[in-house]
Design a protein around this ligand. Structure first.
Ligand SMILES: Cc1cc2nc3c(=O)[nH]c(=O)nc-3n(C[C@H](O)[C@H](O)[C@H](O)COP(=O)(O)O)c2cc1C
Length: 362
């Protein structure tokens, strides 16, 4: 019996299976607007059978973009384009989700295919914001330490972004609290040396992320699933670790977060990660067992058998697939192996074809 293709119900949303699209920046927007690229990119993964299709990180303010080409959710004008995309995703039986984000000190960089690296104000970029004036690494800009009022302002921008997301038809929201972006920067003692209410001990450092979740849950009501992506560890002896993530997950659960999407790293430039298929599964297992909350795992999972094993062992409740789904948007349909699940428009492709055997075997 496949667990991967068993639906999962979270609050009022039933998601058709547990193979979900991990958020992946496309760096293809202008002024934060979605366009035909996003429709085809996200739409293809819905056609391809994913249970939930998540957008890339969508910035809650322009200064919160990783690059000038990031998707945005900071103004009402962004809603209508996204609504067309969510309508299409829903028409394909998939659940549309959005990841809302603020890049913090890692904002204002080039697109990967332009060589990454910072973009200074004089070249069309901006000075990033951070909890403290500490750069990510020697190549990065030193962020401007945000004031107490500005912290509250950004929390409010997350709430407005979530409200716009609901208006745009998203049926699930993920908070990007990972990968060394603003919320993670607040959590970690290596990037947050503030001496006010948002710095110092664990409780203070986590206020920013917890407040975002709490206020969003109040604003969107009880029906919509809310996920938080965490870097469960940042691979630094004195930094943010698994134990901190367990404690934070419990707090997030108390304010209405339904699932932790368990990722890692991104806040410490010298991090050493031993990459292997499913390398982040133990992080998910830890959070699931110790914080007693639903979890998603992600990271180099490409085989159906592997995904099924993780779910069968109870190490995660859903599997996020990233790069594999960039290579093959139809991964889920192949993995499920049922021709009748393919879009009717494509079913003739299996008539009298050897591919019928191929799909049954996958
Ligand atoms: C092109 C690309 C863009 C990404 N953008 C995001 C993003 O916007 N938000 C995020 O949380 N993770 C992002 N990630 C990380 C992925 O969601 C995923 O966690 C990571 O690629 C590991 O999973 P995989 O091995 O299945 O690709 C990105 C990864 C890639 C390859």
């Amino acid at each position: 019996m496949s667990k991967l293709f068993e639906p999962i119900k979270i609050r009022e949303e039933t998601i058709r299976n547990r193979a979900w699209v991990s958020p992946m920046c496309q760096y293809s927007s202008e002024d934060g607007f979605s366009n035909n690229w996003h429709m085809v990119h996200l739409g293809s993964r819905a056609v391809g059978g994913a249970g939930l299709v998540m957008t890339e990180a969508a910035a809650v303010e322009p200064e919160g973009r990783i690059s000038p080409w990031d998707l945005g959710i900071w103004k009402d004008e962004h809603i209508s384009g996204l609504k067309e995309i969510t309508d299409f995703i829903i028409s394909q039986g998939s659940t549309p989700a959005i990841q809302i984000a603020h890049a913090g000190r890692k904002a204002s960089t080039k697109r990967p295919w332009q060589g990454r690296g910072k973009i200074l104000s004089e070249d069309g970029g901006w000075v990033p914001k951070g909890p403290s004036a500490i750069a990510f690494d020697e190549e990065s800009q030193v962020p401007e330490e945000i004031s107490n009022d500005e912290v509250k302002n950004i929390i409010n921008k997350f709430v407005l972004g979530a409200q716009r997301s609901v208006e745009a038809g998203f049926q699930c929201i993920e908070l990007h609290l990972a990968h060394g972006y603003l919320a993670h920067e607040f959590f970690s003692p290596i990037s947050n040396t503030r001496e006010d209410e948002y710095g110092g001990n664990f409780d203070n450092r986590t206020i920013f992320g917890v407040e975002i979740a709490k206020e969003i849950r109040k604003a969107i009501g009880e029906n919509i699933p809310l996920i938080a992506r965490l870097s469960v560890t940042e691979y630094h002896d004195d930094g943010w670790d698994i134990e901190s993530s367990v404690k934070l997950s419990k707090k997030l659960k108390d304010v209405g977060v339904d699932m932790i999407d368990c990722s890692s790293g991104g806040n410490y430039s010298d991090q050493k990660i031993e990459l292997a298929p499913g390398y982040q599964v133990p992080l998910s297992k830890n959070i699931k067992e110790k914080a007693e909350i639903l979890t998603g795992t992600v990271g180099l999972i490409t085989e159906k058998k592997h995904a099924e094993e993780i779910l069968a062992k109870g190490e995660a409740d859903v599997i996020f697939l990233g790069r594999e789904l960039l290579r093959n948007p139809y991964w889920s349909l192949y993995a499920e192996g049922q021709i009748e699940k393919w879009p009717v428009q494509y079913q003739r492709s299996f008539e009298g074809s050897k591919k019928i055997n191929y799909i049954r075997e996958n």
